[in-house]
Design a protein around this ligand. Structure first.
Ligand code: SF4
Length: 130
């Protein structure tokens, strides 16, 4: 199967989305223009999980809390490269170790932002919001 050039140029089904690390959501589509700070949106995703986690399993309960903290450190340019590595590892742990889709899918937008919009994490670190 040919992989799509972007996440727009592909069929809307679970298998194709999973193949490129994307996910089909439930009940809504969120659109951003090119002025949005995707590092901030990644933080929002982790914070949402932190608030909504039922607390049953550790990767989701603690991972989301640590995820917010790590993203804040990246955006503050605090030991940036080490914290980017830590964020990648943390996302993998939350995906693999969470019991339900709430925790298991929370890192997807974070991983996607890191992959497709790395400049936003750098820009945030520089304090440049333009
Ligand atoms: S992954 Fe699901 S079951 Fe585990 S703490 Fe999060 S919401 Fe609860």
């Amino acid at each position: 199967m040919r992989l799509p050039e972007s996440q727009w140029d592909m069929p809307l089904d679970y298998e194709t989305f999973a193949e490129v690390g994307a996910g089909v959501g439930h009940g809504g589509v969120v659109m951003f223009d090119d002025s949005v700070d995707m590092a901030e949106q990644a933080r929002f995703s982790m914070e949402f999980c932190k608030v909504e986690s039922c607390g049953k399993c550790t990767p989701c309960r603690i991972g989301s809390t640590r995820g917010v903290e790590v993203i804040d450190r990246i955006r503050a340019n605090d030991n940036r490269e080490a914290n980017l590595t830590l964020l990648h590892d943390l996302c993998e742990t939350v995906v693999d170790g969470s019991l339900c889709a709430m925790g298991g899918m929370t890192p997807f937008p974070v991983q996607s932002a890191l992959k497709h919009f790395p400049d936003d994490f750098q820009r945030a670190a520089n304090g440049d919001r333009s």
